[in-house]
Design a protein around this ligand. Structure first.
Ligand SMILES: CC(C)(COP(=O)(O)OP(=O)(O)OC[C@H]1O[C@@H](n2cnc3c(N)ncnc32)[C@H](O)[C@@H]1OP(=O)(O)O)[C@@H](O)C(=O)NCCC(=O)NCCS
Length: 146
């Protein structure tokens, strides 16, 4: 897949909310302070994927990763995630919580971690503390050594 461009958007972006709702992903906290969302679009200018990042102290929570149904299975989700995490401060760890897409995130370098090993600031996010079910899988990105 050719390089993609991530455009920063606000949490109140209507396309973001619609895509998350359709994918049954949480929208309750997308307009809260401290989240940064991105959109990528096709050559005709239509949004085809979104993701968000929350800063949690020194670490990050990757969230709201969604590729619109017509564009799934073509490598876009992988490129989106790889591109977004490449831009994050390498000193911080990147975590996420997922109920259904752990195999996808394993392919892009995340591994399951025990809740006990997750930093308090990550556990305190609304995603992990109240929105995601306690059965959600928590994963951390393993980055190649620099
Ligand atoms: C998860 C998602 C972002 C992946 O985007 P994508 O563009 O389809 O991903 P890619 O094309 O880069 O990778 C596809 C591969 O991941 C696998 N995959 C994608 N979603 C998966 C899922 N939910 N569970 C297991 N595997 C999944 C595909 O089977 C495919 O594997 P293959 O190449 O061996 O067939 C997309 O399916 C999506 O938006 N799903 C709904 C929202 C969601 O669950 N987001 C995660 C929130 S934590």
């Amino acid at each position: 897949m050719s390089a993609i461009r991530l455009e920063q958007i606000k949490g109140n972006d209507a396309g973001l909310k619609a895509a998350l709702t359709e994918a049954h992903l949480p929208t309750d906290d997308i307009e809260d302070h401290g989240r940064t969302f991105y959109r990528t679009q096709s050559s005709d200018g239509r949004a085809i994927g979104f993701l968000g990042v929350e800063r949690c102290g020194d670490d990050f929570l990757l969230r709201s990763v969604v590729v619109l149904p017509d564009h799934q299975g073509q490598g876009l989700g992988s490129v989106l995630v790889e591109r977004a995490v490449a831009d994050l401060d390498q000193a911080g760890d990147v975590f996420l919580a997922t109920t259904g897409a752990a195999p996808f995130f394993t392919r892009v370098g995340f591994s399951e971690v025990l809740r006990d090993s997750v930093p308090v600031a990550v556990l305190a996010t609304r995603q992990l503390s109240s929105i995601c079910p306690s059965s959600a899988t928590i994963m951390r990105l393993t980055r190649p050594p620099t």
